[in-house]
Ligand binder design. Structure first.
Ligand SMILES: CC(C)(COP(=O)(O)OP(=O)(O)OC[C@H]1O[C@@H](n2cnc3c(N)ncnc32)[C@H](O)[C@@H]1OP(=O)(O)O)[C@@H](O)C(=O)NCCC(=O)NCCS
Length: 179
């Protein structure tokens, strides 16, 4: 997984040295409750953080388009969140070529534009790597994430049934002309 540099950030693979930070971010209910289907269970141990980091590397090994990168603020060397590209698997029939991008920050790092800066660079890198479209799905009431997708210039498709996770989702898609 290659590193990506932006004006303020280093986007790089997570390592074992990030375990405590991964635990600190994923132990916060108000972060993880937006990332998956319920039940939302905050992370509790360093062993779980290690497993989370290992899974990011396993996904990349299965499919190099899949990347989960730490968002490190270059000036202070602190990891404040994660940005990712992952394969989407349809509930009714496996993988049909769709990938999603997503992001999350420690709340202390919000409001500074870090997630937008990271997502823009990650998406550009994914397009450079051969993907031609990314889906962005979120709970319909996830206003901060929707605002971020709009800042990126993603095309808003509205709220619909979620073919990958079930339930309802607010969907965006982004392709190179929109970035
Ligand atoms: C989604 C999430 C990453 C958005 O975080 P965020 O801080 O709003 O997004 P950014 O880091 O891009 O920061 C943008 C904000 O910083 C402000 N900002 C301050 N300095 C800035 C700068 N130098 N450059 C750009 N923006 C800056 C922007 O104006 C914007 O503020 P606003 O929302 O008041 O308009 C965050 O809410 C989160 O982690 N949520 C929980 C997990 C989650 O929902 N993930 C998505 C699942 S679909």
């Amino acid at each position: 997984m290659c590193e990506i540099r932006t004006q303020r950030l280093i986007l790089r693979p997570f390592t074992v040295a990030d375990e405590a930070t991964v635990l600190s971010i994923h132990s916060i209910y108000d972060v993880i409750r937006w990332l998956s289907n319920p039940p939302w269970v905050p992370m509790e141990t360093l062993a779980q953080a290690e497993e989370w980091i290992d899974r990011t590397h396993e996904r990349h090994a299965v499919d190099p388009h899949q990347r989960t990168l730490a968002i490190e603020v270059a000036e202070i060397g602190t990891v404040v969140g994660a940005v990712n590209v992952t394969r989407l698997h349809r509930l009714d029939g496996g993988f049909v070529g769709e990938y999603e991008t997503g992001w999350h920050l420690h709340p202390d790092a919000a409001g500074r534009g870090y997630a937008t800066e990271a997502a823009r660079a990650m998406i550009a890198s994914a397009f450079d790597g051969g993907l031609d479209e990314l889906t962005i799905g979120m709970w319909p009431d996830n206003e901060p994430s929707a605002a971020l997708a709009r800042r990126l210039g993603a095309e808003e498709l509205g709220v619909d049934d979620d073919p990958w996770y079930g339930g309802q989702t607010l969907l965006f898609r982004i392709s190179p002309p929109h970035l």
